[in-house]
Write a protein that binds this ligand. Structure first.
Ligand code: FMN
Length: 163
């Protein structure tokens, strides 16, 4: 039995997440970055995380070629950066509009994020239209700040209230 696509999408909207920009640098495509909420921790030892990237995104080809990628976790003031890296702007315009520096293996590291993980690809699994890209974390750093959240197609802030 196959469920209705709208029901499927609607149910997934009830999953609240942070927002990341996944970045890489490959010989063929140069600097690449795209907004992704499909980020998850996988394992502590070894330290591994995953992101799910649409095969149609240029970043999928770039990460496959490079074998390295960064996960930039956005802060609550970086909604415009999320939209920039998810919209129609060229890769060149995306990186011309934000402050960033070069990390390991030429991975672009965005400024002022609340955390950045630099990763080496250890496995890529094809799943439907997407690639599940599993990375071993080579470097992790974080800053003070509050995360940008995404819930039911809207950006949100943390209320800060503990339950
Ligand atoms: C909040 C948000 C979350 C997104 N999460 C993902 C994701 O996890 N995986 C994915 O493949 N695309 C995701 N996208 C869509 C990509 O960011 C978008 O298609 C992007 O333009 C792809 O990069 P490209 O234009 O270089 O191909 C998301 C978009 C938004 C606005």
């Amino acid at each position: 039995m196959t469920i209705n696509a709208d029901d499927f999408k609607q149910a997934l909207q009830y999953w609240a997440s942070g927002v990341t920009v996944v970045t890489t640098h490959s010989k063929t495509h140069g600097r690449l970055g795209m907004t992704a909420t499909s980020f998850s921790s996988v394992s502590v030892s070894p330290p591994q995380i995953l992101v799910c990237i649409n095969d149609s995104a240029l970043s999928a080809a770039g990460i496959t070629e490079s074998g390295y990628f960064g996960v930039n976790i956005l802060n609550e003031n970086q909604k415009d950066i999320s939209n920039l890296f998810a919209g129609g702007a060229s890769e060149q315009d995306r990186f011309a509009s934000v402050a960033w520096s070069e990390g390991m293996q030429e991975i672009p590291v965005l400024d002022e994020t609340i955390a950045t993980l630099q990763c080496e690809v250890v496995e890529q699994v094809r799943a439907g239209t997407h690639w599940i890209i599993i990375g071993k974390v080579m470097d992790a750093m974080c800053r003070n700040g509050e995360p940008l959240l995404y819930y039911r197609t809207q950006y949100k802030k943390l209320s800060g209230e503990s339950l």
